[in-house]
Design a protein around this ligand. Structure first.
Ligand code: SF4
Ligand code: SF4
Length: 82
């Protein structure tokens, strides 16, 4: 394999990896347990993407904005986000 072919292969692999990290799909959506959520808003404070807000006392995650950093999961004092 020539050096330029190897470089092309490397670029293609890098692009594939980036595409794989694009974003959430329906079956990986984080779920907020409405039974456990107290609406404290701590999750909204830590989300770097503005993907979560408290509406009528319950946290709601926007799946199109969530990047699965799990900061909200770690921050929630009730363990309400799964
Ligand atoms: S996982 Fe990260 S990006 Fe998604 S809602 Fe929680 S804090 Fe925001
Ligand atoms: S941190 Fe937990 S309890 Fe507080 S609003 Fe978010 S999901 Fe609800």
């Amino acid at each position: 394999m020539t050096q330029s072919a190897r470089a092309l292969l490397f670029i293609a692999a890098a692009l594939l990896m980036l595409a794989a990290c694009e974003g959430p799909t329906d079956n990986t959506q984080l779920i907020v347990s409405l039974e456990d959520c107290t609406g404290c808003g701590e999750c909204t404070e830590v989300c770097p993407y503005g993907a979560i807000e408290v509406i009528d006392g319950d946290a709601v995650i926007d799946p199109s904005a969530c990047h699965f950093c799990y900061r909200c999961v770690e921050a929630c004092p009730e363990g309400a986000i799964h």
